[in-house]
Design a protein around this ligand. Sequence first.
Ligand code: SF4
Length: 172
Amino acid sequence: MLYMSAAREDGRRKPAGVFYFHIQEPRAKMDKASGRVPLPEEPADPVPADPFLAEVEKEIRKQFRLKGRMVDDPETVEEIAGEFQKTSDVVNLTRSRDGGLRGDVMTEAEFEELEQAAAEKVVSLCADLAGGRIDIRPMKEGDWTACQYCDYQSVCRFDRSFRGCRYEEIDE
Ligand code: SF4
């Protein structure tokens, strides 16, 4: 979001979306019993040359789906997500029968609110740092904590049995 704000500083650009892209070696989830991905009951139309390979490709594409938020504007959605009937392969978007979109979309106003909130957070973090407040407060949302994905657990001194060590709880 901060990169987006920096790119918009000259006032000539409008936001389209912000995304994470997971860099990874893709692996298709295989059905354990058969060693094959379960195929859909209804065959695709047109039938792919090799349904098994087509299914593997689909599984792999799913793993490269972008995660983030985009502005709910038809032109922007088409540019980013491409054409799709029900569910996009590119981003987390589902089209309902009435043509509405569900998933990682937000209005332009909501997007600007989020951008503003991110900017305010940076200002408050900088003020904390300048004031010597550097408590370790990893994020926690429900059962999820930032520590679960952290490569520094083995050297980290975060321990809730110590005073001052607590999670930053965020609303689900
Ligand atoms: S393990 Fe330590 S460094 Fe990593 S997220 Fe948790 S508190 Fe932060």
